[in-house]
Design a protein around this ligand. Sequence first.
Ligand code: AMP
Ligand code: ZN
Length: 113
Amino acid sequence: MADCLFCKIVAGEIPSTKIYEDENVYAFADIDPQAPFHAIVIPKQHITSAAEIDSNNSALISKIFEAIAKIAKQENLENGFRVVNNCGADGGQTVGHIHFHLLARRNLAWPPG
Ligand code: AMP
Ligand code: ZN
């Protein structure tokens, strides 16, 4: 997607601090971290939001969760972590490329508010 911020990050057109990368998935440090560890985990392929997941692209979503488990080991998040997906306007989504926040290294409140 030509005008997508996270597609530009995947393409290297906008700089990011890489945390993890494989064939399908890219993870980078959130520019406005909400926890001592805050990564954004995305598919390299553009999917707009969780509302667009279907049988054609859901395999990619499982790759993201495989990557999250690898990142948790890589970053020694043995105390646990939280995965958040904001979807659409009411969900608080501000970037229209599906992404999963991976938050850790502090006690995360529940319910999140
Ligand atoms: P959301 O509000 O769920 O759409 O999350 C978008 C996230 O992207 C926010 O946590 C932002 O801080 C983060 N973000 C926006 N621009 C950048 C950027 N250039 N590099 C890293 N993170 C970014
Ligand atoms: Zn995109």
